[in-house]
Design a protein. Sequence first.
Length: 372
Amino acid sequence: MATEISTTILLCQTARTKPIMFEKLFARADDATRTALQAITKSRAEFADALASSAAYAITAGEAYLPSLYGLVEKLPDKETPIPNISCSWTSAIGKAYTSSFFTSNQWHFEVVNVLMCYGLAYRERASEMLALAMDDSMFAERKSEITRMLCTASGIFEFIKETELHRWGQKPNAVIVEKLVEPYAFLSSLSLAEAQQLAIKFASIKGMDASLISSLCVDVRDKYSYCDSLLKQLNSLHDRFSDYCMMNAAIFDALAYKYAASALLAQKEYGRSVSMLRAGLDRSAQVSVPWSNAGGLDALKADFKAATAALQKAYDSEFRTNTTLYYQEMPPPLSMQLPPARALAKAIPFEAPQPHSIQIAFQEGWGCSVM
């Protein structure tokens, strides 16, 4: 039964950014200050390069750059400082707009939000790389905990952006950019937890755990994907393939929820109710409108959905025949069958902003200094 469980991780496109020469923003800084700022410029450039080369490297580079970035941003007086505004340019990793062209802002928190989002997406990409290497059940069981940690860490980063960093970003640009909105981070956070819980479902299936428990886990994954899909449809400004991905996964785990719920009833010798549960799952699956596109791995999800519905049909045919020829138990109307309540195991790992690096900014020719 483990082969029925879909384990996928949605990948976003890689965001790109233009260089920022921090030392050139402070034309009258002394030599020691320029050296410190050059180090920050180098750290940012390494993070930007890592985004296009290696998820593991991007995580490490992000951890190196973020304390310096917060040292510049969080310790910066809003009005009393002679330090000029930053000008930062990014393409969008998730939006339909600015996928190839840059959006430029002079707001410090635009930089922070983009760096944090790319940092969270790097955790997701690393999780995907590790999952791809788990080619059999033994390797999957060995790597599951670490992959789950990666996804739950990503979820915590997106929650931090949504709950904390967006509030710190005061006057946002008037332009329609998804990075300034709450919904994309709610989507990415819930998406990461849904994918993490898929791993728990596959592991439970491999270990032959209680079918009712697995059904509850499937219900939670289905609900998370449905929530993500509703957010995407409200926004209509993120890539269309994201919505197709969530819709198909919601359909897959809805079918699996009914399959495992029926297995639990069968184990309790409730043969008639098991048949009705399977019929209810088949009826719901028949209402799914499968997208025509195969972009972003949708062809694999379509195959998983086909396999899930085929498993439902096979079980229904067998159990219906057995019940009508051997047990003769009443089969309630399919619409009366209720799945077990959702149960969530995957939780976001809370993220906290790193301790800002203390950077002393000293100016020549009597400009004074500001300690950050």
